[in-house]
Design a binder for this molecule. Sequence first.
Ligand code: NAD
Length: 363
Amino acid sequence: MTADIIEAKDLKDVNPVFGNFSFDNHEQIVFCNDKETGLKAIIGIHNTTLGPALGGTRMWQYNNEAEALKDVLRLSRGMTYKSAITGLNLGGGKAVIIGDAKTLKNDALMRKFGEFVHSLGGKYITAEDVGMETRDMDIIREVTPYVTGISEEKGGAGNPSPITAYGVYMGMKAAAKYRFGTENLDGKTILVQGVGHVGETLVDYITKEGANVIINDINKENLDRVSKKYGAKIHNDLDIYGLDVDIYAPCALGATINDNTIDRLKAKVIAGAANNQLQDEIKHGKILKEKGIAYAPDFLINAGGIINVYAELVGYDKDEIIRKTKNIYNTTLDIFNLSEKENITTHQAAFNIAKQRIDNAKK
Ligand code: NAD
């Protein structure tokens, strides 16, 4: 035994990958390193039963490698169920690049990352996520065909975020219909946390419908711009969770519904774009149900983006993308009804349907 192993305090310290709490029998996990460009990335391939693992790349300044690994494990798993419930023939994958996109990202780093994606021979196909832009996908496309979210000028379907926002808006309306008896958001107070690519377009939709919109973001530039453009109120105190709102739309990062926040929530509906909103899907899903908070499962309502990028692979058009994304309204309502009928959480109801599709395909 080496000294390192003797000093390990916990099992997860000696088994940080396969023994990781967020490991869910992922098929493959690829660690990518390049000294010249400074690239440090992890590609997580969760499941390829339904097709190649498609999911975006997130570039983020993680506090440590363990955080990055956990994120890619959770995100790639989420993609498996997102594509399954949306009826797409795709598996689940995701990648994270460790580092601040504002300072570390450059074309050479993107190309190097693209080479790693290419080395997987199409088992993983990438796209945008937090910290990435359509332009980055165009650069990656120079070295591999296994990338989506390419600009329209380069033959792609463009930035998926507006379509994601449309799907979230549909899911939010369905959740409102279930919880308030009307899908009309006019007069509803809605907190949007994170007004980046998706959050801003969501603010646009709900403002047009007459909602009172409150926004929160750690990026002051985004906050001021969106507030000015749509007349949204800014709330930037640390405690946003206790705000007296009708709907909370998490559109920043995941796990905002956790042991520290859940008891403070006053919202009656949660519907947003962020992946993995529930820190613990089982425990926090149950508490939300007990509190009568209608939670629209994230992986169901934020599927507009994957529908949009999938079109680049199978070749359907904008009308079909909109039609499929609009259908998120119906699926979300079905999930609320199923959750009530079977007395299970909405997360569980959506998960069961997705899992069933994968199990059937395996057979
Ligand atoms: P983005 O990077 O454009 O925007 C995220 C925004 O959240 C930024 O303005 C950022 O400053 C803010 N933010 C980060 N941490 C915050 C915090 N602690 N509190 C408040 N604000 C914070 O990302 P995006 O593309 O808009 O995606 C938003 C979320 O939706 C992400 O979780 C992403 O994984 C998910 N998502 C995006 C898409 C898509 O098509 N872009 C698809 C599915 C899911």
